[in-house]
Design a protein around this ligand. Structure first.
Ligand SMILES: Cc1cc2nc3c(=O)[nH]c(=O)nc-3n(C[C@H](O)[C@H](O)[C@H](O)COP(=O)(O)OP(=O)(O)OC[C@H]3O[C@@H](n4cnc5c(N)ncnc54)[C@H](O)[C@@H]3O)c2cc1C
Length: 277
């Protein structure tokens, strides 16, 4: 997926003449000697070895972190500045009149010959991209929380994973996350997650930090952690189940759904909504 996603965001950067896709290596700090041993086995696995590196990578910030058992490096990683990306998309599609932002109820959707109508707009299909608000079978909403922090002078040039990920986004600011909770998913930020994240970060960086923000969201996960993509009626389709990897999965998933709807290609059974019925 990383090759497909990276190419997709790169192409959009060129179209919008801006930057929102940031390739960056990820250092996985081993919490135990056993984890370090497992990494050695992964380096021999032909499917994932091309993505990995033995470590250590030469990064000034990484060298300052405690790592008694060392680290491994995942070479092909990247992060998307989702807000910048959405801003550009919004401007483009709103300007052309193709994006209207409003709540759509079931009763707003009318079946017409060969398609559907919502207000004065008609189309061959309605695609439900409702995220965790959907009631579709197989969907499991999962709350996640994270922090935005300032760590003066650490100057990490790579993302780091040790219990939680720490991602440098510039100017000594880092995203730290995230948690997974299956109960009370609409609670918003919780003190338990705050304690968990600050505790993990303290252990990972062993230096003072300032919490700038504590955020929460709900992931639209599926029971088998695969997307849910495809037709659910003659003129209805679903695009959901992106779980904790929307950025990575969305480009492939959107193409796969378009191929089904407009070129009549077969749905990949791993993502077929019917697998849950
Ligand atoms: C804490 C946290 C950390 C995460 N970290 C990562 C990460 O590092 N990498 C990654 O790739 N992903 C991450 N994710 C997951 C990512 O956010 C999701 O995979 C992604 O948002 C799913 O996209 P979506 O469009 O399917 O659903 P959503 O982003 O939930 O969007 C659904 C939209 O549909 C709208 N909607 C629903 N019903 C209606 C209706 N009837 N009418 C009009 N609008 C409607 C909602 O308002 C919403 O805007 C994280 C999520 C959380 C919570």
């Amino acid at each position: 997926m990383i090759a497909i996603a990276g190419a997709f965001y790169r192409e959009l950067e060129m179209r919008y003449d801006t930057t929102f896709w940031h390739p960056i290596p990820l250092a996985a700090i081993f919490p135990t000697a056993q984890e370090a041993g497992i990494w050695q086995l992964r380096l021999k696995d032909p499917e994932i070895a091309p993505l990995l590196e033995q470590g250590p990578s030469s990064d000034q910030g990484l060298e300052q972190l405690p790592q008694p058992y060392g680290h491994g490096v995942i070479k092909r990683c990247g992060w998307l500045d989702v807000q910048a990306f959405q801003r550009m998309h919004r401007e483009r599609w709103s300007a052309s009149g193709d994006l209207l932002e409003r709540h759509v109820s079931k009763s707003d959707i009318t079946a017409i010959p060969g398609g559907v109508r919502i207000g004065e707009h008609s189309a061959p299909f309605v695609v439900y991209c409702e995220g965790p608000f959907s009631q579709i079978t197989g969907l499991v909403p999962v709350r996640g929380e994270g922090l935005t922090v300032r760590i003066q002078g650490l100057r990490l040039g790579c993302a780091v994973h040790r219990g939680v990920f720490t991602l440098p986004i510039g100017y000594d600011v880092y995203k730290v996350g995230s948690t997974f909770a299956w109960d009370n998913v609409w609670s918003g930020p919780t003190p338990e997650a705050f304690r968990y994240l600050t505790d993990r970060l303290e252990r990972a960086v062993e230096r003072p930090f300032e919490v700038l923000d504590h955020w929460a969201g709900v992931r639209p996960a599926s029971r088998d952690r695969r997307p849910i993509l495809g037709r659910i009626g003659a003129h209805e389709a679903v695009f959901n189940g992106l779980g904790s990897r929307g950025v990575l999965l969305a480009p492939w998933s959107a193409q796969h759904l378009c191929d089904q709807l407009f070129s009549n290609t077969a749905v990949d059974p791993e993502v077929d909504p019917k697998r849950f019925s």
